[in-house]
Structure formats: structure tokens, C-alpha cells
Design a protein around this ligand. Structure first.
Ligand code: ATR
Length: 284
């Protein structure tokens, strides 16, 4: 509760936005912590993102989450006050105002990492294959390397994009060069402990065309997309012998929890929220 007794105002900006689960997640976290807040979905026009953000904060808003397709624009808006995570990702999903200045962070990577830990597949010392080289992949390369994976290879349908992603990461942190590889889908290799799908293929029920033999014993297949039923990538992974499979619902809740911590200084309990969302997914 703010000093005036009015709940602080938060929201998520995207286009489209109707599908967002963020209001439910943040309102539930708020109840857990007895913090009175409002959290709304805000549809920004495709050519009106900056104005939407300025109006929100101009009217006393406290914090915003940013989703597709505005994360790069949010990065530009907060350019003067970025966290290291945001700077390395080149994208921002969390904004807040402090001392009259707009600050930005990216919690997508930490959301993935906390979910992998929750699943008992923390990446430290592991061999990790990241499939895809778009916006979703870009935000998690450096957090995965930072978490101490033994090697990471980025493969993509368009190989040049994977090489570009690698080059960008190595430019920022040259020490990564030996542990970070890149290539086309046919260069995916094998014996991976964790294979992460960051392509948008699952949104269209299409798995990436990956060669067989990817999965090491006891390996985890992880799809950043979530759905009521196993995604095309997770079905393919089961057929190819992955011992464990998980979708990205936990990453969604994890990135929200990290944003909540930035705004409110408290780490919420993700498990009950994750369970409620999973139940809801099955019934809608
Ligand atoms: P996002 O921000 O969700 O990552 P994006 O930047 O458009 O969206 O990237 C989509 C990613 O999914 C890309 O890696 C894309 O591969 P290309 O770079 O070759 O286009 C990948 N992708 C989409 N559909 C795919 C499919 N059917 N098979 C394999 N990769 C696919």
C-alpha cells in the first residue's frame, strides 16, 4: 500500500495482450505478501509503445512488464538505466521508475534458470543445446553461460542467425568463446543433458527438424512455450528418448517472480501459482 492508501499500479504492455496471465500471477503474489496492488493488461498500438509507457508512469504507475513485440523498444526507453542482465540480453521485460528515472531489467533468463533448478536440472556443469536464435533465445544465452553450463550450442533453422547470436555474445564476453558453439539444426550433435526449444514452432504445433540421438541419459527436454497438452517439440523429444520433459509455464512464473522481487523487494512462492495456472490451462 502506498502512503496515500491507494494501491500501487502495475501492468503488462504488449500487442496482443488478451492472452496474458501476468495479472493473475502478480495479483496472487501480492496477496501472498499482503501487498495491495493493481495489475492490468495494457494493449499498446504497434506504433505507440513509448507513448503508452510515458502515460502510464506519468499517471503515477509504479512498474510495467513488457511482452512481445516491445522488449527491444523497452530496452531503448530505459537505455540510461539498465541492469546488466538487460544490457546483455538487448531486451527489457521489466520497467520501473526510481527518482524520476526509468529503469529496465530482463528477468526472462533468471526465470528459465529458476525453473530448471526447480525441476532438478540446474545447468551447472551440463551440456546444453539451445534450439532457435530469435528473441526468446537471445535472452537466455548469457544467463545459461553465467550459470556455469559446461558447453552451450545454439542451433537454428537459419544457421547464420545462430552464428550471429554467438558472435554477439562472444563480443560482450570473449571468455565464453570456447564453451559456446553455433550451427544449423543438422549440426545439433548429441549427448546433451538439456535441450531447450526457443523456436516459435510449438505455437504452430511444428517441431524443429532435429536429428535423432540428441539426448544423453537422464536428459531434460524443455520447451519455452507452454500448453495444456505436450507441445510438438516435447512429443518429438519423448519419441527421441528424452527421459524428462517440461514446458515453459514455470519460466513464465519465474520471470514474474523475479520482476516482483525488483518492484517489492520480496521473492514470492512460485509453486502455488504454478499449480493454479496448470489447473486453469487444463480446464480452458
Ligand atoms: P521469438 O522472439 O519468439 O524468438 P523470432 O525472433 O521470430 O521470435 O524467432 C523465431 C525462432 O523460431 C527463430 O529461431 C526461427 O528460426 P529462423 O531464424 O530460421 O526463422 C524459429 N522457428 C520458427 N518456426 C520454426 C520451425 N518450424 N522450425 C524450426 N525453427 C523455427
Amino acid at each position: 500500500m502506498s502512503s496515500s492508501g491507494t494501491p500501487k499500479r502495475y501492468g503488462v504492455v504488449g500487442h496482443p495482450i488478451a492472452q496474458s496471465r501476468s495479472p493473475f500471477i502478480h495479483q496472487t503474489f501480492g496477496r501472498q505478501a499482503a501487498i495491495d496492488l493493481t495489475y492490468e493488461k495494457i494493449l499498446a498500438p504497434l506504433d505507440g509503445f513509448a507513448q503508452t509507457v510515458h502515460e502510464f508512469f506519468g499517471q503515477g504507475g509504479a512498474g510495467l512488464n513488457i511482452t512481445v513485440p516491445f522488449k527491444e523498444q523497452a530496452f531503448e526507453l530505459a537505455r540510461a538505466h539498465l541492469s546488466e542482465r538487460a544490457r546483455l540480453a538487448g531486451a527489457v521485460n521489466t520497467l520501473w521508475m526510481r527518482d524520476g528515472r526509468l529503469h529496465g531489467c530482463n528477468t526472462d533468463g533468471v526465470g528459465l534458470l529458476t525453473d530448471l533448478e526447480r525441476l532438478g536440472h540446474g545447468p551447472k556443469g551440463k551440456s546444453v543445446l539451445l534450439v532457435g536464435a530469435g528473441g526468446a533465445a537471445k535472452g537466455v544465452v548469457l544467463p545459461l553461460m553465467d550459470a556455469g553450463c559446461a558447453r552451450l550450442r545454439v542451433v537454428n533453422r537459419t544457421a547464420a542467425r545462430a552464428h550471429g547470436l554467438r558472435a554477439h555474445a562472444v563480443e560482450q564476453l570473449p571468455a565464453l568463446a570456447d564453451r559456446l558453439g553455433a550451427g544449423g539444426l543438422d549440426e545439433a550433435g548429441g549427448q546433451w543433458d538439456i535441450v531447450i526449444n526457443a523456436t516459435s514452432g510449438s505455437l504452430h504445433d511444428t517441431p524443429p527438424e532435429l536429428p535423432p540421438g540428441l539426448y544423453a541419459q537422464g536428459a531434460l527436454a524443455y520447451d519455452m512455450v507452454y500448453a495444456a497438452a505436450p507441445t510438438a517439440f516435447l512429443r518429438q523429444a519423448r519419441d527421441q528418448g528424452a527421459a524428462h520433459a517440461a514446458d515453459g509455464l514455470g519460466m513464465l512464473v519465474g520471470q514474474a517472480a523475479a520482476a516482483f522481487r525488483i518492484w517489492h523487494g520480496l521473492m514470492p512462492d512460485v509453486q502455488p501459482v504454478l499449480e493454479a495456472l496448470r489447473r486453469e490451462l487444463h480446464y480452458t
